[in-house]
Structures are given as C-alpha cells and as structure tokens.
Write a protein that binds this ligand. Sequence first.
Ligand code: AMP
Ligand code: FE
Ligand code: FE
Ligand code: ZN
Length: 282
Amino acid sequence: MKPYSVCYEADLHTHTIASDGELTPAELVRCAAGRGVRLLAVTDHDTLSGLPEAQEAAAAAGIEFLPGLEINTSWRGREIHVLGYLPSVFSPLLAERLADVRVKRFERMQRIVDKLNSLGIALRPEDVLRETAGAAPGRPHIAKALCRGGYGASVADAFRHWLGQGAPAFVPRYPLTPEDAVAWIREAGGIPVIAHPGDADLTAAEIAAWAPGGLRGLETRHPHHDEAQTAKYTRWADELGLIRTGGSDFHGPGVRPGTEPGCRGLSLAEAEILRRGFAGGA
Ligand code: AMP
Ligand code: FE
Ligand code: FE
Ligand code: ZN
C-alpha cells in the first residue's frame, strides 16, 4: 500500500468508533489481523467501551490483544496525549473516572454549539451526536457536523475557522493534566506512556519530570515522527529508562490514508518488554 509497505507485528495505538475512529472494534481487529498484525492494542480516546468487543474479536482472529486507552490532557497550553496499557478490559475505577470526563465533554459540546449559534451558525447538539456513533463528543465530531451543514470545506478548515485555539467558537477542554492521566492508569495497574511526543514538541526534561509520578513509557514510533525524531525519542527513552512503544494511530481507512494498522509499531520481541510490565507489578 502507499507510503508504508512495512507491517510491524505489534501495533499499540489504534482507534475505533468507541472514540473518533471509523471502524467497529471487531472490524478494526479483522483489518489489523488481515494486514499481519499479531499483537494489537486498542487505545480509544477517554473510553474503555470498545475493549470487550475488540478482545473477543482478537480471540476469534487468533491474534493477541492488549487493552488500552489514550487520555487527552492539557498542559502549559499544549495538548498532551497519554496512552495506557491495562491488565484487563475491566477497570471499574478508571471507567468511572472516564465517565466523568465524558459528561464534561457533553457540557463542553453544548457550550461550543451555543457559541456557534451566537455566530449565526444553525448547528444543533443532535447534529453533532449524529457524527459520534455513541462516543463522547469531541471537536472532530463538531467539525464533521459543521462540514455536513456546509460551514466548512474540511475538518481542518472547520478547526481553522471555528473550533481551533484562537478561533471564535473555541472552548477549552476540562482541566485534566498528564499527571492525572498517569495516576489514573497506574491506579488501574496499567502502564502509562506519553503518546507521539513530537506533536507537543516535548523536551527530554519535560518528559523526565513525569517519571516520578509513574510514567513508564514513550511512544517513539508514530506516523507523525520522522526518522530523526524516532531516533531522538528512542535515545531519550533509553536514557530515561522508559519503555519504547509504537503504533499506527489508525483511525480508519478514510482518515490519514496510508497510516494503516501495523505501519508503525514494534516487533513482538520489542513488545515483550511492555507485556512483561504487568508481571512486574506496574
Ligand atoms: P478535543 O479533545 O475535543 O479538544 O479534540 C481534539 C482532537 O481534535 C485532537 O485529538 C485531534 O484529533 C483533533 N484536532 C485538533 N486540532 C486539529 C486541527 N487543527 N485540525 C484537525 N483536527 C484537529
Ligand atoms: Fe483521535
Ligand atoms: Fe493522540
Ligand atoms: Zn491516537
């Protein structure tokens, strides 16, 4: 297939319709297995709701499954995503904390819609919810609803004109820090990992400062990282004693074409270090 022909055996970063992906958990698993992925982590934003279906589908497809999630946080005006790998799909306390985050997402969506309405845009909350397939609403869903209503040529365009930082209908997210996310994942017995550090242009010192709070890993291989960044983050992970992870951040066949499951990831041998983290009592 297009830019990435390689398929890693372990893809530790993927999304489904449980958050902002296009495929159901079962469809994602079949797609990944069909491409040659042998170990798949499903890491939806701020929810565990897709995990049971994915786990079942992985068993049926004969591939290994690692339950996960990706928690969106804010820090010093930047957006930081924290991946978590969990010992079980069933993490009641974490699920409860995430449910609270989702309630806050609905409240924020209403505030964004109010702002858009005051700007003369006839968008209703139900128009946004039509885009979510039951997931908690995020700005990408609002952007899609805006496009469908003729208020944007593309999701990127909708962010530029209405939803992005500095745009007229921007509403900041609930205050959740990377430290909170790391603590929640640790509390669930999981392994917290900083996702795509290149997106927020994090420094080694900034990443190191989260280690005492329980950070265990750094996502070194990600489609947003070029070769130099991958090499840099690999070096930092080794220097800081963090587990290296990687994944495609696949959101569906129509999203960021070319970033198919397995286009970024780890070999099974590399992933063994991560899986052993559970045995070691994370
Ligand atoms: P939210 O969590 O609701 O604030 O939405 C954040 C998500 O919106 C990110 O994870 C990105 O997937 C997406 N996003 C953020 N900025 C942009 C942008 N400028 N263009 C397109 N998508 C964006
Ligand atoms: Fe996403
Ligand atoms: Fe992310
Ligand atoms: Zn992601």
